[in-house]
Write a protein that binds this ligand. Sequence first.
Ligand SMILES: Cc1ncc(COP(=O)(O)O)c(C=O)c1O
Length: 387
Amino acid sequence: MDRQERLIYLDNAATVFPKPEGVLGKMMDTYRSLGVSPGRGGYDLSMMAADLVMDVREHLCRFFGSDDPERVAFAANASDALNLLIQGLIEPGCHVVSSRLEHNSVLRPLHHFQSLGLLTCDLVKFDERGRIDPGDIARAIKPATRMVIINHASNVTGTIQDARAIGRVCRDHDVPLILDCAQSAGLVPIRMREWGVSAIAFTGHKSLLGPSGIGGLVLTGDLDIRTTRFGGTGVDSESLVHTRSYPHRLETGTLNVLGIIGLGAGLEYVEDIGVDAIRTKEVALAQRMAQGLSEISSVRMHGPLDWDDRLAVLMTNVRNMMPEDVGAILDGDYGIAVRTGLHCAPLAHRDLKTFPLGGVRFSIGPFNTIDDVDAAVSAMAEIGKNK
Ligand SMILES: Cc1ncc(COP(=O)(O)O)c(C=O)c1O
């Protein structure tokens, strides 16, 4: 058996692996016949590729409960989309509300523009289970607040925030709510219109089961994003001013057609099984694993106790051991892949008192089995013995 065959992959919050065979097959088949520049030429094949891209925009728009497929813009991943959203919304002197639970893909752009003196920022706290109080968001909003930007589900604690309640607060204060759905998309039903969410960022390679290199943003009709990148769009080519209409306003250059095909195929796969069914399966495995880990006295777990509002992410620490050593032993001795360290969320780890070493994160995906989680529990029992 080769190393990959016996690998127990429990790093699905980083990227879901492997991808469904059907997604990979569809990518190759469709790209082989349609891999031209969509909509850039008047010939049939280019128009067919443009139709395919539009189909995926429409699919994403429905999937996220929004209303205008033209306001679905593709980007490289969630980080790229969050940059587009943040840069395209801020104005000199504005204020942003975010949280200490955020990923660096939100914290770093905010920090960058704050260091240039362009914005001020309040980061609301979370409780020991990773929950953000919508009341704290209400209290942080000021007249100059340009946006509230919050991660829908944490890659550290697995906590799913009450986006509907946060949306209500934002609507009451007339401030756009932006959700970072990198972790939640494909695992939690998302209803942008219904919840009062003005924009989301998503990534294709996690629970949407597509490839890496594709992600994007979805805007509802009440929010406009300034263009911050300029270039060819295939329309208005006579003008030196970048195209104002959506989605071109936010997209430059040739689209990632292969990625879009894969994302569309991933979405179909997710919808065939069902978002709730996928999370129910993952959470059942996580619950079993949490039960096993709770019987090991040297292992500490973080995150909510209630499984209704969390993803199958288990952030742990072993007493008297460095997380990276635990990860190395899991990999080297047991063939178990996990993510150790700060998970690109340094402030979350600070507040959980796990900074600067971080923790050992097990994240369960759609293709994990009972045997996988049982193997992880027995490996942790051996590693944690006498610690
Ligand atoms: C909460 C959260 N936001 C944003 C990202 C960034 O996603 P990507 O690496 O696909 O840009 C991640 C990735 O781990 C994440 O967990």
